[in-house]
Every structure is written in structure tokens, then in C-alpha cells.
Write a new protein. Structure first.
Length: 333
């Protein structure tokens, strides 16, 4: 057997580079150093000066996060809203910036801009993901210090974002996005006044309903007037860059059924938790002799008590959005 060495064995094999523990310290990350060492005394100036492409997207996001930690939101958000009007910047930052802003008080306008200009397919995924983690059973007293929005406030804001994003999606089967959203919303929903009003605004926005609020009695006109008041900030809407062509002709009917089924579930939950005393009120109408003199009757309470007036008005608006056969049943009671 030959004693000649294999030339492959004689070739120099590169050795793996050995790192010290200190090499992994965050302080040695040049991106982290840049964010930590930048002068942030003037939030507006530093945001303008370092906007992409001067800094990369991840670095700029880290800068925004640091500014929101150090400064009050009102010192950072106006400039951020101005910069996000750039569609390219909104597309670059929207997916990562949205979760950070959801926990910041007063960030509604910035989030509305992201919903209008960023990639709608990315943002609707982020909205649904955050909705699925919310727990509206947690009392808002946990956030009594108002350091961040309550779960109910976040729920209402996320529905506003969904109402902007869903109509932007140009796909052959938009009902697939709608069905996912309404199922997640239904699972998260709790039948409070604030959450139900948000549902009403959401349904009217995605269904294109333009009906005015139901006319109320003199004592109830003021509560009814704010039921469908929108808080959406106006502005341009960017087209869907991933549009998939014409919508399937059957989609209109499918989406209508989805919305009707969704509203029916919401109506059932709300009425079960907030009873309207229909039987007792009807009994007073047909048997007025059973009303105790000097005591407020049920019908008087639902005309005069603001809480009952709003409850009645909310159910009326849900019935407007409900299927035709549901409206017919309720109109006979």
C-alpha cells in the first residue's frame, strides 16, 4: 500500500471562527449602537433626519419605539403621521409598526393611515392576530392609570382598522377574508354598549349601508345620534398592489349572508345579556290596569331612562342590519 498522503487531507481546512461571549452583547450591535447613541431631544427632527433610506426599516422602527418610550406620544405621533403619508414608507413599516402603536394612547390617526396606505393583506393578518389575543372580560380598571388603551378600546380601534382594510382587498374571493374576520370578532365580542356600537359601525362600513339612525322619541334623540358616529380620519386610500382581478359574481350574496349571520349572533348575545322586557312592556299596553299608580312603568322607563333608551336604540340598529326575516319577526313584537 502506498504511503503517499491524500492531497485532500493535506489541503488546509478552514477552522471555525471562535467568538467570545462579549461578541454577542447588544452593545456591540452597530444598529443598536446607532439607535442608542442618536440625539433624541427633538423627536420631530430625528424622525425626519433618519427616515429610510437613511436608516434601514428595522433601525427606524427601533428608533420610533425608543422615542415613544422616552417622550410623550403627542410629541412623536404628529410627525410620525406626517411621514406615514408616504405610501412607500407606510408599506415598509406598517406590518411591524401597527402592533407597537396599538398600545399607545392617541395613536388612532397613525393606525388609520397605516390601514389606508400599507399592504392590506399584511395589516388584516396583524389585526386578526391581535383581536384573537384580546380578552374583553378583563375589567378596564386594570388600565385605570390610562397608560395604554383598555382591551375594549383596542377592540373598537381594531374594528375601525378592519372596516378600512377589508374593502381595500381586491381578490376573486374576498369572502374568505371577511369570514375569518367576523369569526374572530364574534369570538372576542362581549355584549357591552361600547363594543356593540363598534360592531354597528363596522357592519355599516363594510356593507356600504348609508341609512340614517332610526328616528327616536324626543327624550332619546341625543343618545341615538351618537350610535353610528364614525371616528375614522379621512384621507387617501392606496390601491391593493396584489389585486387578483375581477371578483367572482357569487361573492356579493356570500358576503351578505356572512354579514347577516354575524349580526344575528351579535343581536342574540346582546339581547340575552341586556334584556328589553318586551313581555312586561306589552302586558302594560294591553292591560294598563296592572300598572301600579305612582310607580314608573316599564314603558315609561324605556322612554325616559337614558340607559334603557340607548339599549332600545342599539337593538333597533342591529335589527336594521339583520336578515329580512329577522326584522319581520321583531317588528311584530
Amino acid at each position: 500500500m502506498s504511503n503517499q498522503s491524500n492531497p485532500i487531507e493535506q489541503s488546509e481546512v478552514p477552522q471555525a471562527q471562535v467568538f467570545d461571549k462579549e461578541d454577542f452583547e447588544p452593545g456591540l450591535d452597530p444598529q443598536s449602537d446607532a439607535v442608542e447613541n442618536v440625539d433624541i431631544r427633538d423627536p420631530a427632527a430625528v424622525l425626519q433626519l433618519n427616515r429610510p433610506p437613511q436608516w434601514s426599516g428595522p433601525m427606524y422602527l427601533a428608533l420610533i419605539e425608543r422615542l415613544l418610550e422616552v417622550h410623550k406620544p403627542q410629541e412623536v405621533l404628529p410627525t410620525l403621521c406626517e411621514l406615514l403619508q408616504d405610501v412607500e414608507l407606510a408599506q415598509l413599516l406598517g406590518w411591524d409598526l401597527m402592533p407597537k402603536l396599538l398600545s399607545v394612547l392617541g395613536s388612532e390617526e397613525a393606525l388609520h393611515i397605516i390601514a389606508r396606505l400599507a399592504n392590506p393583506r399584511e395589516i388584516i393578518l396583524g389585526v386578526n392576530e391581535h383581536l384573537s389575543t384580546l380578552s374583553l372580560e378583563e375589567e378596564d380598571a386594570v388600565n385605570a392609570a390610562e397608560l395604554e388603551p383598555s382591551p375594549t378600546d383596542q377592540f373598537c380601534l381594531l374594528l375601525e382598522l378592519s372596516a378600512i382594510i377589508l374593502p381595500r382587498l381586491k381578490t376573486k374571493y374576498p369572502s374568505r377574508f371577511l369570514s375569518t374576520s367576523v369569526m374572530i370578532i364574534n369570538d372576542c365580542y362581549r355584549p357591552t354598549k361600547q363594543a356593540t356600537l363598534a360592531i354597528l359601525r363596522f357592519v355599516r362600513a363594510i356593507s356600504g349601508q348609508k341609512r340614517p339612525p332610526l328616528p327616536g322619541r324626543q327624550s332619546s334623540r341625543e343618545p341615538v345620534s351618537f350610535l353610528l358616529k364614525t371616528t375614522l380620519s379621512p384621507g387617501p386610500i392606496a390601491p391593493d398592489r396584489e389585486a387578483e382581478g375581477e371578483e367572482d359574481p357569487a361573492e356579493g350574496a356570500i358576503q351578505q349572508k356572512l354579514i347577516q349571520g354575524f349580526v344575528t349572533h351579535i343581536l342574540e348575545q346582546y339581547v340575552n345579556t341586556n334584556p328589553l322586557q318586551w313581555a312586561g312592556r306589552l302586558l302594560e299596553v294591553y292591560h294598563p290596569d296592572k300598572v301600579v299608580p305612582g310607580r314608573m312603568s316599564l314603558n315609561e322607563a324605556y322612554r325616559e331612562d337614558p340607559a334603557f333608551v340607548v339599549r332600545d336604540a342599539i337593538v333597533g340598529q342591529l335589527v336594521v342590519c339583520a336578515p329580512t326575516n329577522m326584522q319581520a319577526v321583531l317588528n311584530t313584537t
